[in-house]
Design a protein around this ligand. Structure first.
Ligand code: MN
Ligand code: MN
Length: 314
């Protein structure tokens, strides 16, 4: 079972201007072959499928904890894409003004024609993510080697997206993910070291550039975020610390497991994009809507509870 928090793992600033083509590039980090959906689903299936865990419990606990973190990474990248898309097109509910005209010049028209200026489970070219990206062999050494490679490939993807877009929202997201992905690279390297005795950490960094070269990553490393593995449960999955211990192979700092979820930050508030008359069209009977809403949700008042940000009065 999974517990859910209405929080993001890092803070994302609102962009100064909309940037649909940056949003398209960031999609690679969500639904690309090496994106967050791939890391999440690989580790999720490997942990659900894990046989013989009585003998190999620390490896199971490690993969399960990282899977939980990846779920939150999908969430984070999705918010970054939504922020970058916000305000790309003209707001309003008069279709004769061609409010979606700007979509014609955007690289990924799915963002406008197949969704309401929102993230979708696809890569930077608009190819939908597929379960064929999941590798779950049942051979622990092979799965760990795959995961190490997947995280290194994911790191290459993050660096390339960073080099493609200079938007502070995108870079805040990528900088944070470089640090956390770096933890996962080291975690799988350590796991392979425990399992085989081979010093995999000597290969790092892959690609050959330090996270400390990226200001948006370096600030998290300065706070020690590259040394922490989260145990996403107060009691369960504790044996990951049998693997996540000792020194960081790149800077020699001490590794530690933190029990519980990360601190978390308030998710950004996103304005409605009413070009498809969302959430409420101009031709709705306002009185009838109030009447129905009042009957269905008598306890719902504007701002009455967290998460209720509807401008509808009932
Ligand atoms: Mn991730
Ligand atoms: Mn990862």
């Amino acid at each position: 079972m999974i517990t859910r928090f209405d929080k993001l793992q890092t803070e994302l600033p609102h962009p100064k201007n909309p940037s649909p083509n940056s949003a398209a590039a960031v999609q690679e980090l969500l639904g690309g072959k090496f994106g967050e959906m791939s890391t999440f689903m690989n580790y999720t299936f490997q942990s659900f499928n894990f046989r013989g865990r009585a003998q190999m419990r620390p490896f199971y606990d490690l993969i399960a904890n990282i899977a939980a973190e990846e779920f939150g990474h999908i969430e984070l990248v999705t918010y970054a894409i939504n922020l970058l898309l916000t305000g790309t097109t003209e707001r309003g509910d008069d279709p004769s003004t061609t409010p979606l005209e700007a979509a014609g010049d955007a690289r990924n028209t799915y963002h406008f024609l197949a969704s309401g200026q929102q993230a979708l489970p696809m890569d930077s070219q608009g190819t939908f993510w597929t379960g064929a990206n999941v590798f779950s062999s049942g051979n622990l050494k092979l799965d760990l080697l795959h995961n190490f490679f997947l995280e290194c490939g994911a790191r290459a993807g993050k660096i390339r997206v960073y080099e493609t877009v200079d938007d502070p929202t995108a870079r805040a997201c990528v900088g944070f993910l470089l640090v956390r992905g770096g933890v996962h690279i080291v975690a799988y390297a350590k796991a392979l070291e425990k399992l085989t005795g081979v010093e995999v950490g000597k290969l790092l960094p892959i690609p050959d550039i330090s996270n400390k070269r990226f200001p948006e990553a370096a600030k998290h490393e300065a706070r020690g975020l590259h040394r922490i593995l989260y145990q996403f449960s107060p009691e369960d999955y504790p044996q990951a610390k049998q693997i996540w211990n000792g020194q960081h192979p790149e800077d020699g700092s001490e590794l530690r497991v933190e029990v519980g979820a990360p601190e978390g930050f308030e998710p950004p508030e996103l304005e409605a994009e009413p070009q498809l008359t969302a959430p409420i069209g101009p031709d709705i009977d306002a009185e009838m809507f109030k009447d129905v809403a009042g009957k269905l949700f008598p306890e719902l008042k504007p701002s009455a509870r967290r998460g209720s940000r509807s401008k509808v009065s009932v």
